[in-house]
Design a protein around this ligand. Structure first.
Ligand code: MN
Length: 242
């Protein structure tokens, strides 16, 4: 299974999650919400070659932690994966959009300077602005829009710009999410949980719970779950190539 957006360091007991991920052979991209969490999460997972760690600064934290933008930028040279980054335009965070945009611009510029990175990007309530930022930095790397919730028009633009998408069980539970997924190219889709912030039967979603998304995709695409897994594995290979 592939969980391309998981906050591994924020589970109550990360080592036990990591051990099960290793034992079951899942691929996990562990995103961080502050650059300070990157080194610690990397050392926790250093014995797990299929767990990669992305360096990020969550847009919801940019107001409190603007000073860490520089720190993040200084560490991008060592990082292959960047995230969670992006913009949040929901009512609670709309007020800091200008600051968020400045942070995102700096980060994308730094990614460009280093020849591009694989980036996992938050765009709630701000899809058009995220796409504007990506368009302004075309060499920033490969953007994966995580839990995309924009309009179908914004989705069309994202597809034309070459964006990838990571989708989870929560997104596939709502009709809006399903409609968007049906418009996404199947060769640019990957699965995610966004755990531990998403729930399954009142428990935090775990990386292996992406199987729910695989089952849901199988129904949507009229395929067998094993065929969906093959597609996702091929997609991951393409994403990680170069
Ligand atoms: Mn997240």
């Amino acid at each position: 299974m592939i969980d391309l957006h998981c906050h591994l360091d924020l589970y109550p007991d990360p080592p036990s999650v990591i051990e099960r991920v290793i034992a079951e052979g899942h691929y996990v991209l562990a995103v961080t919400t502050t650059p300070r969490a990157w080194a610690g999460t990397r050392s926790l997972t250093s014995h797990a070659p299929k767990i990669q760690v992305a360096i990020g600064l969550h847009p919801e934290l940019v107001t409190q932690r603007y000073a860490e933008v520089e720190l993040l930028c200084s560490m991008i040279s060592e990082a292959k994966y960047v995230g969670e980054i992006g913009l949040d335009g929901s009512p609670a965070h709309k007020g800091s959009l200008n600051l968020q945009q400045q942070a995102l611009d700096q980060i994308l510029r730094r990614c460009e300077e280093h020849g591009g990175r694989i980036m996992t990007i938050h765009s709630r309530g701000a899809a058009s602005s995220v796409l504007d930022a990506l368009e302004a930095h075309p060499k920033a790397g490969k953007p994966i829009l995580h839990w995309f919730s924009g309009t179908s028009r914004e989705l069309k633009r994202a597809i034309e710009m070459g964006c990838w998408f990571s989708i989870g069980p929560a997104m596939l539970r709502a009709q809006k999410g399903i409609s968007l997924v049906q418009l996404m190219p199947r060769n640019r889709i990957l699965t995610e949980t966004d755990g531990p912030f998403t729930m399954r039967d009142n428990n935090s979603m775990m990386p292996w719970d992406v199987r729910d998304a695989v089952t849901q995709l199988a129904q949507l695409w009229c395929k067998l779950p094993v065929e969906v897994e093959e597609t996702l594995n091929t997609n991951l290979k393409m994403l990680l190539k170069n």
